[in-house]
Design a protein around this ligand. Structure first.
Ligand code: ZN
Length: 409
Protein backbone atom coordinates (compact mmCIF):
# COMPACT_ATOMS: atom_id res chain seq x y z
CA UNK A 1 0.00 0.00 0.00
CA UNK A 2 1.30 3.43 -0.88
CA UNK A 3 2.08 5.65 2.12
CA UNK A 4 -0.12 8.75 2.51
CA UNK A 5 0.90 11.55 0.16
CA UNK A 6 0.86 13.82 3.20
CA UNK A 7 4.19 12.31 4.32
CA UNK A 8 5.77 13.21 0.97
CA UNK A 9 4.38 16.73 1.30
CA UNK A 10 5.81 17.11 4.81
CA UNK A 11 9.23 15.93 3.65
CA UNK A 12 9.15 18.35 0.74
CA UNK A 13 7.95 21.35 2.73
CA UNK A 14 10.28 20.71 5.67
CA UNK A 15 13.26 19.82 3.42
CA UNK A 16 13.70 16.35 4.90
CA UNK A 17 15.28 13.27 3.36
CA UNK A 18 13.50 10.97 5.81
CA UNK A 19 10.59 11.31 8.21
CA UNK A 20 9.77 9.63 11.51
CA UNK A 21 7.69 10.57 14.53
CA UNK A 22 10.61 12.12 16.46
CA UNK A 23 11.60 14.30 13.53
CA UNK A 24 7.98 15.44 13.08
CA UNK A 25 7.60 16.26 16.79
CA UNK A 26 10.85 18.23 16.81
CA UNK A 27 9.56 20.31 13.88
CA UNK A 28 6.25 20.90 15.66
CA UNK A 29 7.91 22.03 18.90
CA UNK A 30 10.25 24.34 17.01
CA UNK A 31 7.35 25.99 15.16
CA UNK A 32 5.28 26.27 18.33
CA UNK A 33 8.17 27.93 20.18
CA UNK A 34 8.77 30.32 17.27
CA UNK A 35 5.11 31.33 17.47
CA UNK A 36 5.22 31.83 21.25
CA UNK A 37 8.39 33.88 20.94
CA UNK A 38 6.86 36.08 18.24
CA UNK A 39 3.73 36.67 20.35
CA UNK A 40 5.87 37.71 23.31
CA UNK A 41 7.88 40.14 21.21
CA UNK A 42 4.92 41.81 19.56
CA UNK A 43 2.82 41.85 22.73
CA UNK A 44 0.02 40.02 20.93
CA UNK A 45 -3.06 38.19 22.17
CA UNK A 46 -0.93 35.30 23.44
CA UNK A 47 1.85 37.44 24.97
CA UNK A 48 1.08 36.28 28.52
CA UNK A 49 2.04 32.71 27.57
CA UNK A 50 5.62 31.47 28.10
CA UNK A 51 7.98 32.32 25.25
CA UNK A 52 9.13 28.73 24.92
CA UNK A 53 8.18 25.18 25.96
CA UNK A 54 10.61 22.34 26.55
CA UNK A 55 8.28 19.64 25.19
CA UNK A 56 5.01 19.31 23.24
CA UNK A 57 3.44 17.82 26.39
CA UNK A 58 3.67 21.25 28.05
CA UNK A 59 1.18 22.59 25.51
CA UNK A 60 -1.53 21.03 27.69
CA UNK A 61 -0.66 23.56 30.44
CA UNK A 62 -1.60 26.56 28.28
CA UNK A 63 -5.12 28.08 28.36
CA UNK A 64 -7.69 27.43 25.63
CA UNK A 65 -8.79 29.91 22.98
CA UNK A 66 -12.57 29.98 22.75
CA UNK A 67 -14.85 30.77 19.86
CA UNK A 68 -15.78 33.94 21.74
CA UNK A 69 -12.08 34.97 21.95
CA UNK A 70 -11.79 34.59 18.20
CA UNK A 71 -14.95 36.66 17.60
CA UNK A 72 -14.02 39.50 19.92
CA UNK A 73 -10.20 39.49 19.87
CA UNK A 74 -9.31 38.61 16.30
CA UNK A 75 -7.64 41.98 15.71
CA UNK A 76 -5.19 41.20 18.54
CA UNK A 77 -4.63 37.67 17.23
CA UNK A 78 -3.88 38.91 13.73
CA UNK A 79 -0.16 38.87 12.87
CA UNK A 80 1.30 41.20 10.26
CA UNK A 81 -0.22 44.06 8.33
CA UNK A 82 -3.39 44.36 6.28
CA UNK A 83 -1.22 44.52 3.14
CA UNK A 84 -0.29 40.86 3.75
CA UNK A 85 -3.88 39.64 3.71
CA UNK A 86 -4.85 37.63 0.67
CA UNK A 87 -8.29 36.51 1.86
CA UNK A 88 -10.72 37.07 4.72
CA UNK A 89 -13.33 34.45 5.53
CA UNK A 90 -16.22 36.03 7.31
CA UNK A 91 -19.02 34.06 8.84
CA UNK A 92 -22.57 34.98 7.87
CA UNK A 93 -24.72 35.36 10.94
CA UNK A 94 -28.45 34.87 10.95
CA UNK A 95 -29.23 36.97 14.02
CA UNK A 96 -28.58 40.59 14.93
CA UNK A 97 -26.70 39.74 18.11
CA UNK A 98 -23.18 38.41 18.38
CA UNK A 99 -20.12 39.25 16.38
CA UNK A 100 -19.36 37.48 13.10
CA UNK A 101 -16.24 35.35 13.14
CA UNK A 102 -13.48 36.52 10.83
CA UNK A 103 -10.38 34.56 9.89
CA UNK A 104 -7.53 36.02 7.81
CA UNK A 105 -5.06 34.31 5.49
CA UNK A 106 -1.89 35.37 3.76
CA UNK A 107 -0.93 34.09 0.31
CA UNK A 108 1.43 31.66 2.08
CA UNK A 109 -1.42 30.27 4.21
CA UNK A 110 -3.54 29.73 1.10
CA UNK A 111 -0.61 28.15 -0.73
CA UNK A 112 -0.11 25.66 2.13
CA UNK A 113 -3.77 24.67 1.82
CA UNK A 114 -3.58 24.26 -1.96
CA UNK A 115 -0.55 22.00 -1.60
CA UNK A 116 -2.29 20.02 1.15
CA UNK A 117 -5.42 19.69 -1.03
CA UNK A 118 -3.23 18.44 -3.88
CA UNK A 119 -1.98 15.66 -1.57
CA UNK A 120 -5.54 14.74 -0.52
CA UNK A 121 -7.09 14.92 -3.99
CA UNK A 122 -4.11 12.98 -5.36
CA UNK A 123 -5.19 10.03 -3.19
CA UNK A 124 -8.42 9.93 -5.20
CA UNK A 125 -7.85 11.30 -8.70
CA UNK A 126 -5.54 9.96 -11.38
CA UNK A 127 -3.45 12.37 -13.41
CA UNK A 128 -5.61 13.81 -16.23
CA UNK A 129 -8.87 12.69 -14.63
CA UNK A 130 -11.81 15.13 -14.44
CA UNK A 131 -12.76 16.25 -10.93
CA UNK A 132 -16.09 18.00 -10.45
CA UNK A 133 -16.09 20.68 -7.73
CA UNK A 134 -19.52 20.81 -6.10
CA UNK A 135 -18.83 23.64 -3.65
CA UNK A 136 -20.03 26.92 -5.20
CA UNK A 137 -17.38 29.21 -6.65
CA UNK A 138 -16.92 32.29 -4.45
CA UNK A 139 -13.97 34.12 -6.00
CA UNK A 140 -10.17 33.95 -5.70
CA UNK A 141 -8.97 32.37 -2.45
CA UNK A 142 -12.38 30.82 -1.73
CA UNK A 143 -12.71 27.15 -0.83
CA UNK A 144 -13.67 26.10 -4.36
CA UNK A 145 -10.80 28.13 -5.80
CA UNK A 146 -8.30 26.43 -3.45
CA UNK A 147 -9.76 23.03 -4.37
CA UNK A 148 -9.32 23.85 -8.06
CA UNK A 149 -5.68 24.78 -7.34
CA UNK A 150 -5.19 21.52 -5.43
CA UNK A 151 -6.79 19.51 -8.23
CA UNK A 152 -4.45 21.05 -10.80
CA UNK A 153 -1.58 20.56 -8.36
CA UNK A 154 -2.02 16.78 -8.45
CA UNK A 155 -2.33 16.73 -12.25
CA UNK A 156 -6.11 16.27 -12.48
CA UNK A 157 -8.57 18.56 -14.27
CA UNK A 158 -11.00 20.65 -12.16
CA UNK A 159 -14.51 21.44 -13.45
CA UNK A 160 -16.62 23.83 -11.41
CA UNK A 161 -20.28 22.88 -10.97
CA UNK A 162 -22.20 26.03 -11.96
CA UNK A 163 -25.01 27.56 -9.93
CA UNK A 164 -28.45 26.47 -11.10
CA UNK A 165 -31.40 24.28 -10.28
CA UNK A 166 -30.91 20.64 -9.32
CA UNK A 167 -31.97 19.73 -12.86
CA UNK A 168 -29.50 22.11 -14.54
CA UNK A 169 -26.67 20.80 -12.36
CA UNK A 170 -27.55 17.23 -13.29
CA UNK A 171 -27.40 18.17 -16.98
CA UNK A 172 -23.92 19.53 -16.34
CA UNK A 173 -22.93 16.26 -14.70
CA UNK A 174 -24.33 14.41 -17.70
CA UNK A 175 -22.37 16.48 -20.16
CA UNK A 176 -19.11 16.34 -18.19
CA UNK A 177 -19.28 12.66 -16.99
CA UNK A 178 -16.75 13.18 -14.16
CA UNK A 179 -15.29 10.15 -12.42
CA UNK A 180 -14.46 12.10 -9.24
CA UNK A 181 -16.13 14.83 -7.25
CA UNK A 182 -15.42 17.03 -4.24
CA UNK A 183 -18.66 17.94 -2.52
CA UNK A 184 -20.67 18.00 0.69
CA UNK A 185 -22.02 14.49 1.37
CA UNK A 186 -25.79 15.04 1.67
CA UNK A 187 -25.83 17.45 -1.27
CA UNK A 188 -23.96 14.92 -3.37
CA UNK A 189 -26.45 12.20 -2.45
CA UNK A 190 -29.36 14.45 -3.53
CA UNK A 191 -27.69 15.19 -6.88
CA UNK A 192 -26.97 11.51 -7.48
CA UNK A 193 -30.55 10.47 -6.70
CA UNK A 194 -32.06 13.19 -8.83
CA UNK A 195 -29.65 12.32 -11.67
CA UNK A 196 -30.73 8.68 -11.74
CA UNK A 197 -34.40 9.68 -11.64
CA UNK A 198 -33.75 11.52 -14.93
CA UNK A 199 -31.18 9.29 -16.66
CA UNK A 200 -32.01 5.89 -15.18
CA UNK A 201 -30.74 3.55 -12.49
CA UNK A 202 -26.99 2.97 -12.60
CA UNK A 203 -26.36 5.99 -14.84
CA UNK A 204 -24.63 8.31 -12.34
CA UNK A 205 -21.07 8.64 -13.69
CA UNK A 206 -19.13 9.15 -10.45
CA UNK A 207 -16.93 6.47 -8.92
CA UNK A 208 -15.00 8.40 -6.27
CA UNK A 209 -15.95 11.27 -3.98
CA UNK A 210 -13.95 13.44 -1.62
CA UNK A 211 -16.57 14.53 0.89
CA UNK A 212 -16.10 17.59 3.05
CA UNK A 213 -17.58 20.85 4.26
CA UNK A 214 -20.36 19.35 6.34
CA UNK A 215 -20.75 16.43 8.72
CA UNK A 216 -22.04 13.28 7.05
CA UNK A 217 -24.60 11.15 8.83
CA UNK A 218 -23.85 7.41 8.77
CA UNK A 219 -26.92 6.77 6.59
CA UNK A 220 -25.84 9.38 4.05
CA UNK A 221 -22.37 7.85 3.80
CA UNK A 222 -23.83 4.36 3.52
CA UNK A 223 -26.24 5.43 0.77
CA UNK A 224 -23.40 6.98 -1.22
CA UNK A 225 -21.43 3.75 -0.90
CA UNK A 226 -24.25 1.28 -1.51
CA UNK A 227 -26.72 3.01 -3.83
CA UNK A 228 -24.03 4.60 -6.01
CA UNK A 229 -21.02 2.32 -5.34
CA UNK A 230 -18.87 5.34 -4.54
CA UNK A 231 -15.47 5.10 -2.90
CA UNK A 232 -15.45 7.88 -0.29
CA UNK A 233 -12.47 9.99 0.76
CA UNK A 234 -13.63 11.98 3.81
CA UNK A 235 -11.78 15.24 4.45
CA UNK A 236 -11.88 17.45 7.53
CA UNK A 237 -11.22 21.16 7.57
CA UNK A 238 -12.46 24.44 9.01
CA UNK A 239 -11.94 28.16 8.49
CA UNK A 240 -9.65 28.28 11.52
CA UNK A 241 -7.28 25.81 9.86
CA UNK A 242 -7.47 27.61 6.49
CA UNK A 243 -10.01 25.07 5.19
CA UNK A 244 -7.66 22.10 4.96
CA UNK A 245 -7.09 19.80 7.94
CA UNK A 246 -7.07 16.04 7.48
CA UNK A 247 -7.21 13.68 4.50
CA UNK A 248 -7.99 10.04 3.76
CA UNK A 249 -5.24 7.73 2.50
CA UNK A 250 -5.39 4.40 0.63
CA UNK A 251 -6.07 2.51 3.87
CA UNK A 252 -9.45 4.29 4.35
CA UNK A 253 -9.06 4.17 8.10
CA UNK A 254 -9.39 7.71 9.42
CA UNK A 255 -8.03 11.03 8.21
CA UNK A 256 -4.38 12.07 8.48
CA UNK A 257 -3.95 15.47 10.12
CA UNK A 258 -1.39 17.83 8.56
CA UNK A 259 0.60 17.69 11.76
CA UNK A 260 3.58 19.71 10.57
CA UNK A 261 1.22 22.71 10.52
CA UNK A 262 -1.52 21.83 13.00
CA UNK A 263 -1.23 20.28 16.47
CA UNK A 264 -4.41 18.44 17.47
CA UNK A 265 -5.44 17.47 20.99
CA UNK A 266 -8.60 15.74 22.25
CA UNK A 267 -9.99 16.97 25.57
CA UNK A 268 -12.75 15.86 27.93
CA UNK A 269 -15.46 18.20 29.25
CA UNK A 270 -13.11 19.37 32.04
CA UNK A 271 -10.40 20.31 29.57
CA UNK A 272 -8.10 17.35 30.35
CA UNK A 273 -6.17 15.95 27.41
CA UNK A 274 -7.28 12.42 26.49
CA UNK A 275 -5.23 9.50 25.20
CA UNK A 276 -5.46 8.38 21.58
CA UNK A 277 -8.55 6.22 21.07
CA UNK A 278 -10.74 8.27 23.43
CA UNK A 279 -13.54 10.53 22.18
CA UNK A 280 -13.74 14.20 23.12
CA UNK A 281 -13.52 17.72 21.69
CA UNK A 282 -10.84 18.50 19.14
CA UNK A 283 -8.53 21.38 20.09
CA UNK A 284 -6.16 22.79 17.47
CA UNK A 285 -2.97 24.84 17.52
CA UNK A 286 -2.13 26.19 14.09
CA UNK A 287 1.64 26.47 14.38
CA UNK A 288 2.33 27.46 10.80
CA UNK A 289 -0.45 29.92 10.08
CA UNK A 290 0.99 33.26 9.08
CA UNK A 291 -1.99 35.62 9.39
CA UNK A 292 -3.96 34.30 12.34
CA UNK A 293 -2.34 31.47 14.28
CA UNK A 294 -4.44 29.99 17.09
CA UNK A 295 -3.19 28.32 20.25
CA UNK A 296 -5.41 25.60 21.75
CA UNK A 297 -8.56 26.69 19.92
CA UNK A 298 -11.63 24.67 20.92
CA UNK A 299 -13.22 23.59 17.66
CA UNK A 300 -16.55 22.36 19.04
CA UNK A 301 -16.03 19.18 17.00
CA UNK A 302 -16.35 15.72 18.53
CA UNK A 303 -13.48 13.47 17.48
CA UNK A 304 -10.76 11.06 18.49
CA UNK A 305 -7.31 10.12 17.31
CA UNK A 306 -7.03 6.50 16.21
CA UNK A 307 -4.69 4.52 18.41
CA UNK A 308 -2.73 2.25 16.12
CA UNK A 309 -0.39 3.26 13.32
CA UNK A 310 -2.06 3.48 9.91
CA UNK A 311 -1.60 0.45 7.59
CA UNK A 312 -0.34 2.93 4.97
CA UNK A 313 2.77 3.52 7.10
CA UNK A 314 2.33 7.27 7.56
CA UNK A 315 3.83 8.79 10.70
CA UNK A 316 1.00 11.32 11.09
CA UNK A 317 -1.93 10.93 13.49
CA UNK A 318 -5.39 10.06 12.17
CA UNK A 319 -8.73 11.48 13.18
CA UNK A 320 -11.79 9.22 13.28
CA UNK A 321 -15.16 10.44 11.97
CA UNK A 322 -15.99 13.94 13.20
CA UNK A 323 -19.30 15.44 14.29
CA UNK A 324 -20.27 18.93 15.42
CA UNK A 325 -21.24 19.15 19.08
CA UNK A 326 -24.01 21.78 18.65
CA UNK A 327 -27.69 20.88 18.92
CA UNK A 328 -28.51 22.26 15.46
CA UNK A 329 -25.91 19.97 13.87
CA UNK A 330 -26.71 16.86 15.86
CA UNK A 331 -30.43 17.27 15.10
CA UNK A 332 -29.60 17.56 11.40
CA UNK A 333 -27.60 14.36 11.61
CA UNK A 334 -30.48 12.55 13.36
CA UNK A 335 -32.91 13.78 10.71
CA UNK A 336 -30.62 12.61 7.94
CA UNK A 337 -30.19 9.21 9.59
CA UNK A 338 -33.96 8.97 9.92
CA UNK A 339 -35.01 10.11 6.43
CA UNK A 340 -32.12 10.13 3.94
CA UNK A 341 -31.96 6.32 4.01
CA UNK A 342 -35.11 6.34 1.85
CA UNK A 343 -33.87 6.49 -1.76
CA UNK A 344 -36.69 8.79 -2.83
CA UNK A 345 -35.63 11.53 -0.34
CA UNK A 346 -33.43 14.35 -1.70
CA UNK A 347 -33.20 16.82 1.17
CA UNK A 348 -34.62 17.63 4.59
CA UNK A 349 -35.10 21.03 6.21
CA UNK A 350 -36.32 21.47 9.76
CA UNK A 351 -36.81 23.98 12.54
CA UNK A 352 -37.00 23.27 16.27
CA UNK A 353 -39.23 25.69 18.16
CA UNK A 354 -39.94 25.14 21.86
CA UNK A 355 -39.10 21.42 21.69
CA UNK A 356 -41.27 20.86 18.61
CA UNK A 357 -39.55 19.85 15.39
CA UNK A 358 -41.22 20.78 12.08
CA UNK A 359 -39.77 19.18 8.96
CA UNK A 360 -40.08 19.67 5.23
CA UNK A 361 -38.77 16.96 2.91
CA UNK A 362 -37.85 17.30 -0.76
CA UNK A 363 -38.65 14.05 -2.59
CA UNK A 364 -38.69 12.53 -6.06
CA UNK A 365 -41.98 12.54 -7.96
CA UNK A 366 -44.39 9.73 -7.02
CA UNK A 367 -43.28 9.47 -3.36
CA UNK A 368 -46.03 8.75 -0.84
CA UNK A 369 -46.06 10.59 2.47
CA UNK A 370 -47.18 7.91 4.91
CA UNK A 371 -44.00 5.83 5.26
CA UNK A 372 -41.78 8.90 5.67
CA UNK A 373 -44.13 10.50 8.17
CA UNK A 374 -44.15 7.27 10.22
CA UNK A 375 -40.34 7.19 10.21
CA UNK A 376 -40.22 10.84 11.34
CA UNK A 377 -42.66 10.25 14.21
CA UNK A 378 -40.91 7.08 15.32
CA UNK A 379 -37.53 8.91 15.40
CA UNK A 380 -38.64 12.06 17.21
CA UNK A 381 -41.65 10.88 19.23
CA UNK A 382 -43.34 13.66 21.16
CA UNK A 383 -41.05 16.28 19.57
CA UNK A 384 -42.31 15.44 16.04
CA UNK A 385 -44.36 18.41 14.79
CA UNK A 386 -45.54 19.33 11.32
CA UNK A 387 -44.32 17.18 8.45
CA UNK A 388 -44.67 18.12 4.79
CA UNK A 389 -43.41 16.84 1.44
CA UNK A 390 -42.32 18.88 -1.52
CA UNK A 391 -41.91 17.12 -4.87
CA UNK A 392 -38.83 18.00 -6.92
CA UNK A 393 -39.34 19.17 -10.51
CA UNK A 394 -37.20 20.88 -13.18
CA UNK A 395 -37.21 24.17 -11.30
CA UNK A 396 -36.36 22.82 -7.81
CA UNK A 397 -33.35 23.75 -5.74
CA UNK A 398 -32.09 21.94 -2.65
CA UNK A 399 -33.57 23.18 0.62
CA UNK A 400 -30.43 24.62 2.24
CA UNK A 401 -28.50 27.58 0.86
CA UNK A 402 -25.33 26.90 2.91
CA UNK A 403 -24.40 24.32 5.51
CA UNK A 404 -27.21 21.97 6.41
CA UNK A 405 -28.40 22.45 9.97
CA UNK A 406 -31.65 22.63 11.88
CA UNK A 407 -32.65 26.11 12.96
CA UNK A 408 -33.22 26.03 16.72
CA UNK A 409 -35.25 28.72 18.50
ZN1 ZN B 1 -2.89 6.12 6.15
Amino acid sequence: MKRSRLDDLIMEEEHLSCLDRDILDRIRLKKLNALLQKEKERNGFYSSLPSSLSSLKELSLLPFTSDEDLRSQYTRMFLGSSADIARVMSETTSGTTGQAKRVFYTARDLDHTIRFFAAGIGEMAESGETVMIGMPYAGPGSLSDLIAGGTEGCGAVPVQLLPGTLHQQCLQYHECQPGCVIDMPAVLLARARYYESVFGKGSFPLRKALISGDTASKEVEQALREEFRLTLYPHYGSREMCMGGAITCQAFEGMHLREHQIIGEIIDENGNVLEDGQWGELVITTIDMEALPLIRYRTGDHARFLKDPCPCGSVTGRLDRITRITEENSLMEQLDDCLMKYPQVLDVRAAMDHEVLDAEVLVLAGTGEEELRRAFVSCFGAAAGQFSLRTADNSSNLLHAGKRKVSVR
